[in-house]
Design a binder for this molecule. Structure first.
Ligand SMILES: [Zn+2]
Length: 312
């Protein structure tokens, strides 16, 4: 773990009494009897963190009025909500260690005074929990739920990948992207949404039929997306040509090259349009592929968060 956010998170270790996980950008620790997890929900925004606790109380969940009362005058707190067992405190983007320390103290004291107690996020049993990483999510688990999940994971064989079926899936998914490109274009738009549809549907298609996404799967999907974007653009022109010249789409498709050479289709318009489509494809494709690869890598990981420990 050595990158841009490491230094930022390390800053909280001493000041806020938290431990930084050895691998993930997540801090954990306990204060006033509450098991705290502090992490950025989006990897792309490492400065925007939340603090979560898994709790219950006899009087029911946190009310809107209580949340408002707590937030009042606290500039480092962007929000306080409860969903199910999880209470989430949203922290000001780029919060400083001192400020986090104060806020966590206030937050846990507030929870204590409001009558909340720690419970397991999975089974709801009261008692000590531990911050865990399970299948791409951060959870507060009791020892028996953590052990159960780890056992299940150990006895479950890793999903095999079938690249051929995956490629078929990516192809089917990319058709949705192609349809989107053509429909939007016929309506007179070149829009970023088509790149997003192409990226998401092709990757999801690969995952659904291929089992899981590996580096190889990502490469296959990317090639399919690049080709399908080109084909969709050609087909879009073919539809226009067929309409203008009163011929069929197939003839139109074949005559795009000739019409370009004759400058009946202006080169700058044709290529400009295609470049735009590819830019939009990149916008949709890159984050989807990255997220897919990360999810596939993390799907099998179930473990408690832990500090780096002594170097042996
Ligand atoms: Zn449990």
């Amino acid at each position: 773990m050595a990158n841009r956010w490491q230094k930022y998170y390390s800053g909280f270790v001493e000041t806020a009494g938290l431990t930084l996980d050895a691998e993930y950008p997540a801090l954990f620790g306990s204060r006033n009897g509450f098991d705290l997890l502090v992490y950025p929900p989006k990897a792309s925004a490492p400065g925007a963190m939340v603090c979560t606790v898994s709790v219950q109380r006899a009087a029911g969940p946190l009310s809107g009025a209580e949340s408002k009362q707590f937030r009042k005058g606290r500039k480092d707190c962007n929000g306080l909500t409860q969903q199910g067992r999880l209470v989430t405190l949203s922290l000001r983007n780029g919060i400083k260690p001192d400020a986090l320390n104060t806020l966590l103290e206030d937050f846990t004291q507030f929870l204590q005074q409001a009558g909340f107690e720690t419970i397991c996020q999975a089974c709801g049993a009261p008692g000590a929990t531990q911050g865990c990483f399970a299948g791409g999510r951060y959870l507060h688990l009791c020892p028996s739920c953590l052990a159960g999940m780890q056992q299940q994971q150990a006895t479950q064989p890793a999903k095999p990948e079938n690249p051929v079926a995956g490629a078929v899936g990516a192809l089917i998914g990319s058709l949705a992207g192609a349809v989107c490109i053509i429909l939007l274009s016929q309506l007179g738009y070149v829009a970023a949404i088509s790149g997003l549809v192409m990226g998401v549907c092709a990757i999801k298609g690969y995952e659904m039929l291929g089992g899981r996404l590996s580096g190889k799967g990502a490469a296959i999907s990317v090639v399919i997306m690049l080709l399908m974007t080109y084909v969709a653009d050609r087909l879009d022109w073919a539809i226009v040509i067929a309409r203008e010249l009163g011929t069929d789409v197939f003839t139109g498709f074949r005559s795009v090259g000739a019409l370009l050479e004759m400058e009946a289709i202006e080169g700058s318009v044709y290529w400009g349009n295609l470049v735009m489509l590819y830019l939009f494809l990149l916008l949709g494709m890159v984050p989807t592929v990255m997220a897919g690869l990360r999810a596939s890598r993390e799907a099998g990981v179930i473990r408690p968060l832990q500090g780096a420990g002594p170097q042996l």
